[in-house]
Ligand binder design. Structure first.
Ligand SMILES: [Zn+2]
Ligand SMILES: [Zn+2]
Length: 102
């Protein structure tokens, strides 16, 4: 069972679990969708199953969405996740990838 790092309200919901399981099935391992950071590669067994999950529909409003589907979630390493939330407006994954600095 992957333990998923959460930030604030992005707690371990069933959707988060589904997302990580789906991602594992598709990609064979968990890694950051922005920078491809792989916790297992870097930290060995300590990093096994670890990844943070970002709700993209929290970008504008920090309130809990009424309904989250796995397409609303992205898997991120701790660095990328922090950078997204570092200041408002929060960046989307694509903006972070492009290195936008607003
Ligand atoms: Zn990353
Ligand atoms: Zn987040």
């Amino acid at each position: 069972m992957p333990s998923v790092g959460m930030k604030g309200r992005e707690r371990n919901t069933k959707t988060v679990k589904n997302k990580t399981e789906d991602y594992l099935k598709k990609n064979g391992r968990l890694y950051c969708e922005v920078c491809i950071f792989d916790f297992v590669k870097e930290y060995g067994s300590r990093g096994d199953g670890f990844i943070e999950c970002n709700h993209t529909n929290f970008l504008l409003d920090y309130d809990e969405p009424t309904k989250t589907s796995i397409t609303d979630l992205v898997l991120l390493c701790s660095n990328c996740h922090r950078m997204i939330h570092r200041k408002k407006p929060w960046l989307s994954v694509n903006e972070l990838k492009k290195g936008e600095t607003n």
